[in-house]
Every structure is written in C-alpha cells, then in structure tokens.
Design a protein around this ligand. Structure first.
Ligand code: SF4
Length: 380
C-alpha cells in the first residue's frame, strides 16, 4: 500500500485555568492519573479507527512526518502518557517524525519532567510564556509570575536545542519599551523560534486587558526589526525562526498539505475531505468508546474554490507566498492580473516570477488583501 505523508496533531484539552482571551477548546481541570489513562485509551481508539478510515478513504497508509501536542496544556500530562502513545503509534503507522513538538506552560514543567519528555521522544518545545513582564503576566491573568517563566526558560533551553517561545502582544499597558525588555529577556536564552500573536479586537468584549488604542503597526515593525537584526527570519506573519528551524509541523497547514488531528475539537484534512471532532471531551470519549467508527462528526467536502481560497489565505501568511502555477495547475484558479498590479502599485504585494507574497506593509493587511483576491477568484 502507498503512503501519504501527514502531520499528526494531538489536542490535550486540559488547563490549570481558563485564560480570558483563549478560543481554544480546553477545560479548567488538571487530570488525575486515572483520567489521563482514560484519555489515552480514547485517543488510542481514535487511532485505530483513523487507520481503518484513511485506508478505506484514500487507499493509502499514513506516514507521520511530524507530531505536535497542542492544547490546552499538553505539558500537564505525564511523560509516560506520551511514551506509551508513541509506542502505540509506531505499532500502527510509519512513525518516524523528524519533529515532535510539545507545547508547555511555565508552571507545569520541572527539570525532571522535561527530561522525561525528551526521553519519550520530543525534540522541540514550544514554551507559552506569553509575556516576560510581571505586569503583562498579571494583565493576561497567567497562572505564574516572571520568576517562574524565566526559570522555565532556563530549564527548557538547557534540555531542548530546538526551543520556541510564544508571546502575546498588545495588552493594556504594554508599550515598546516593555516589549523591548521582554524580547531581550527571551533572546538571552537563544531560542531557535519565536511566535508573536496579537491580542485582537474579538477579545475586547470579554476581556478588560485588551488595549483598543494600541499602535499595532509599530509593534509589528519593532518585533520584525529587532528579531531580523538578530538573525531570525519572519517566515510567517506571526512566526520567526533561525534558518532551518521553521516549524515543520505548522508548515503542513500553511502549505495546505494533509494533516490529521486527534482529540476533542481537533480538525483533520486528507485530500479534499475535512472533519472535526466534537468540542466536548465527554462526548469525544463516550462516542469513541461506544460508537467505534470515524468520523465522529459528518465529513465536509471542500470544493475546488474552497481549496484554492485556503491555499491563498494560508500561503500569503508565509514570507515565500504562493505560487501562481500551483494555484492554476493544482487548484484550477487564477488571480486577476489587473488586481495584482494594483496591489503591487500600492506596495502591498510583490511578485517574483510566479511567486506572489505580501510586503512588510502588506502583512498588516493580510485579511483585506486575501478577501480582495478571493473576490476575483469567485468571479473567475
Ligand atoms: S493556558 Fe493556553 S490553552 Fe489554556 S486557556 Fe490559557 S491560553 Fe488557552
């Protein structure tokens, strides 16, 4: 049987407490070892159905090239959970991933636990510090203080040569001076990768830590200038990496390659078929253990236009942008040359041969540019 290369994601739906700005599915609950075992059983069951489902669907077997435990807070689970899970995956699939990432929160990792994660097989840690300012951590209502965040960075950087640090910016009271200090502290641990996510308007209603008057373009420019001067490349709108340390797993999403998600709320897409698990841990576990089939919710079939739109939306997040030949040959769509010229003249996009990408200015208007291009595709 032929193999299909996929990125495998595991969603871990537990957190110490729910952060006010978070849209990801998770419960404010630290699982007991019994609950961890039940979750492992459910996820293993999903793997068995997945194997059968994909083989019937595409006539191919899965070759898992990257693994990513995200959440929620995956570092709340024990290293033993992952050790057992990886052994199980090896028994079911071709499982020789080049990159295995664990998302971690600073107050859930000790040096011993980190060693356990390395022994289980993880070779990349994504540490969600979110801020390295005492005020920022309080405003974002994180569960740890600056000292804990710095200690976690110290421990993580001594065990993981591939370390990513996640930030949220644009919180109330954060100015460029604070941001500069935060970046300086992070860089002192020589991470290979940094992510900066903007606290967006959607959070304003429910979260008083949002600052409505923040100078977004100044923040973006400052982050880009500071990190690029230190040898990091802004390879994606929110992500910076030293060359060769781009997140291989997330590139599967941005390049519209096949991916499979396990756990509640996880999304999968193989060829033009997409499905999402229920955003409900109890329903996920009970359905899997009783129903014995996949998908857990109806399949969604992407038509060629939806697929092409996803390619444009995701691809324009990347520094390298999209390939117009791929858009026409693989997805059957073209971009209106007049609209492209207009966007080039406005300094929002640039074109090199068949590649189209956003300029630094254009990245501030990613959504608007994409919507404009979508309109021209809809008319085609
Ligand atoms: S710890 Fe992370 S996943 Fe959990 S609620 Fe907070 S932001 Fe969301």
């Amino acid at each position: 049987m032929a193999f299909i290369r996929v990125a495998l994601y595991l969603h871990v739906p537990f957190c110490i407490k729910k952060c006010p700005y978070c849209d990801f599915y998770s419960l404010p609950h630290v699982p007991s070892s019994e609950e961890e075992k039940t979750y492992l059983k459910a996820v293993k069951t999903e793997v068995l159905y997945l194997k059968d489902f994909v083989e019937k669907l595409s006539g191919t077997a899965l070759n898992i090239t990257t693994f990513y435990a995200g959440g929620g807070t995956p570092s709340l689970l024990s290293p033993g959970f992952y050790q057992e899970f990886f052994e199980f995956l090896s028994s079911q699939f071709r499982f020789t991933p080049v990159e295995l990432t664990l998302e971690a929160n600073p107050d859930t990792i000790t040096p011993e636990k980190l060693k356990g994660f390395v022994e289980a097989g993880f070779n990349r840690l994504s540490l969600g510090v979110q801020s390295l300012s005492e005020k920022g951590l309080k405003t974002l209502q994180r569960t740890y203080n600056l000292k804990t965040a710095l200690k976690a960075l110290e421990n993580a950087s001594s065990l993981f040569s591939n370390l990513s640090v996640d930030f949220i910016f644009g919180w109330k009271g954060q100015g460029l001076k604070t941001l500069k200090e935060e970046i300086k502290k992070a860089l002192s641990f020589s991470p290979t990768h940094l992510s900066f996510y903007e606290l967006t308007l959607e959070h304003e209603v429910s979260f008083s830590g949002f600052s409505p008057n923040k100078p977004v373009d100044l923040f973006y420019r400052f982050i880009e200038d500071t990190l690029e001067s230190q040898g990091y490349v802004r390879y994606e709108i929110s992500n910076y990496a030293k060359p060769g340390f781009e997140c291989k797993h997330n590139l599967f999403y941005w390049e519209v390659k096949p991916y499979v998600g396990l756990g509640p709320s996880a999304v999968s897409r193989i060829t033009n078929l997409r499905w999402q698990n229920p955003q409900d841990l109890k329903a996920y576990v009970e359905t899997l253990l009783n129903q014995k089939k996949l998908p857990l919710t109806p399949l969604e079939t992407l038509n060629p236009l939806e697929f092409a739109k996803e390619y444009v939306f995701m691809g324009l997040r990347l520094k390298k942008g999209i390939d117009l030949r791929t858009l026409s040959a693989k997805f059957g769509y073209y971009l209106d040359p007049w609209v492209l010229t207009n966007l080039i003249e406005k300094g929002l996009i640039e074109r090199k041969g068949n590649r189209v990408s956003l300029t630094s200015q254009g990245r501030l208007f990613h959504n608007q540019v994409v919507k404009l291009l979508w309109k021209t595709m809809e008319k085609a």
